[in-house]
Design a protein around this ligand. Structure first.
Ligand code: EPZ
Length: 422
């Protein structure tokens, strides 16, 4: 198993290009199932999760061709010949559930394995199922699979999410574009990935209003046509690399970064004393002198502070001057990076969904273990500020959501390398 070696203490300088968003691409790819005409995604990220979604779509009969070094995905679902999303693929990646809505809408039937457990929380899919039932689907859970049917097609309805769910909003939004009549989704998620999905569906001929707000209205149409769509930049990758100069010192420009994608996060980062500048090419972050100030953080659905940047922000707060309180409100088990950061000399007290971090002068390099995607990159960030060497193992987690992390960080002066098979 590969690991990543980081030697801390070097200030950073230069540019990091931000890739297309994993969490947008993972919902845009299943949208190809809604039409028999080709859908092409540009600015696609090159990640293991994208390869898993490609494998899943291919198992259903879709064609996915990677072009331009993987940054373009040419997809066609002209011949869907299998309506079962198999456990062996779904268990690798929860986002596989996002084929359920589109397949049901297009084919009137779908059998999708339930995703199973996850390190950061229970993560049920009950809202996905309730939303599809509201559109008139009949669902049956058998042998770990959801058997869904809508013999005479789906019907528009008003559905209110009891809590904000990104995935459930995406699944029901995709299902409703081919439903008869009007669907209104209330208390819908407002994430930029959902706005990107709605824009792509509109390019395919869907009729949608209100994306980015908590109420989305969809007027069903008979069929969708082909389209080409650029994937929105990855705001979580962006936030992660904005934190690199904050924790290591120096100045980094994130190419393609947009403030509106990270506004609540940027507000918190600026409050630590770090400079953030909007440039012609993106966002530039500079930390000149001394330690950052401590700030309190509470995760929330967009436009609140993203849970996917909580671990990375904790790494920064481990070096801050003062005490910070981080509250994780989205997932019930998302502090597994804390004990690993404590191996590096951090001072963190976790109690339920609250972590109290007392900043220390200096972290110390140590062998640490990645437990999930965002935890893995928080350990790399901590390694950039630590004295000596940090070895992060189980980096397969990282490959799911960060392309070329070693190349991008060494490109701005970090001492970092990937060690194969140790
Ligand atoms: C998406 O997951 C992202 N994944 C996650 O990113 C992200 O953390 C999360 O949204 C929140 O922003 C992708 O887009 C592929 P939710 P999703 O449904 O859709 C509960 C990363 O690091 N819930 O908004 O699964 C759920 O348990 C990943 O890139 C139900 O109870 O998240 C959670 O507590 C990690 N029933 C809350 O809602 C449901 O049917 C929010 O989950 C669905 C969700």
């Amino acid at each position: 198993m590969d690991s990543i070696l980081v030697r801390g203490g070097t200030e950073l300088a230069g540019e990091i290009p931000i890739a297309g968003a994993k969490n947008a691409c993972l919902t845009l790819m299943p949208a190809t199932l809604l039409s028999d005409e080709p859908l092409t995604l540009t600015n696609a990220p090159r990640l293991s999760d994208i390869r898993t979604m490609t494998q899943l779509l291919a198992s259903l009969g879709a064609e996915v061709t990677q072009l331009q070094d993987g940054q373009v995905l040419a997809m066609s679902s002209h011949d869907i010949n299998n309506l079962t999303a198999d456990y062996d693929i779904v268990r690798k990646m929860r986002a596989s559930i996002l084929v359920l809505g589109p397949m049901l809408a297009r084919c009137g039937r779908a059998v999708v394995s339930l995703p199973g457990g996850c390190a950061i929380g229970a993560r049920p899919v009950d809202l996905h199922l309730k939303g599809l039932e509201a559109l008139g689907a009949t669902l049956d859970l058998k042998d770990g699979y959801v058997h869904a049917e809508a013999k005479s097609g789906l019907k528009g309805a008003v559905f209110e999410f009891p809590l904000v769910s990104v995935g459930a909003t995406e699944n029901i939004l995709m299902a409703s574009v081919l439903a008869k009549g009007t669907t209104v989704l209330k208390n819908a998620a407002r994430e930029p990935e959902i706005v990107d999905l709605a824009q792509c569906l509109r390019r395919m001929g869907a009729q949608i209003e209100g994306e980015g707000t908590s109420e989305i209205t969809i007027q069903g149409v008979d069929r969708l046509h082909g389209a080409t769509h650029p994937v929105v930049p990855d705001r979580i990758e962006l936030g992660t690399y904005m934190l690199a100069p904050a924790i290591a010192g120096g100045s980094v420009e994130c190419l393609g970064g947009r403030m509106e994608l990270v506004s609540s996060f940027a507000e918190k980062l600026a409050a630590t004393g770090v400079e953030i500048e909007e440039t012609a090419k993106g966002l530039k972050v500079t930390r000149k002198n001394g330690r950052v100030r401590s700030v309190d953080v509470e995760t929330a659905p967009f436009p609140g502070f993203p849970t996917d940047l909580q671990a990375q922000m904790m790494a920064l707060m481990c070096t801050a001057d003062g005490v910070s309180v981080l509250e994780e409100r989205i997932f019930e088990n998302r502090f597994m990076h804390a004990p690993e950061l404590m191996r590096m000399g951090a001072s963190i007290d976790v109690s339920g969904g609250t972590a109290t971090v007392t900043g220390v002068e200096k972290l110390k390099g140590a062998p640490v273990m990645a437990t999930d995607l965002r935890a893995s990159v928080s350990l790399i960030l901590a390694g950039l500020a630590a004295e000596g060497e940090t070895r992060v193992s189980r980096v397969y987690h990282l490959d799911r959501g960060y392309e070329h992390v070693v190349r991008k960080l060494s490109g701005v002066g970090a001492s970092i390398e990937r060690v194969h098979g140790e």
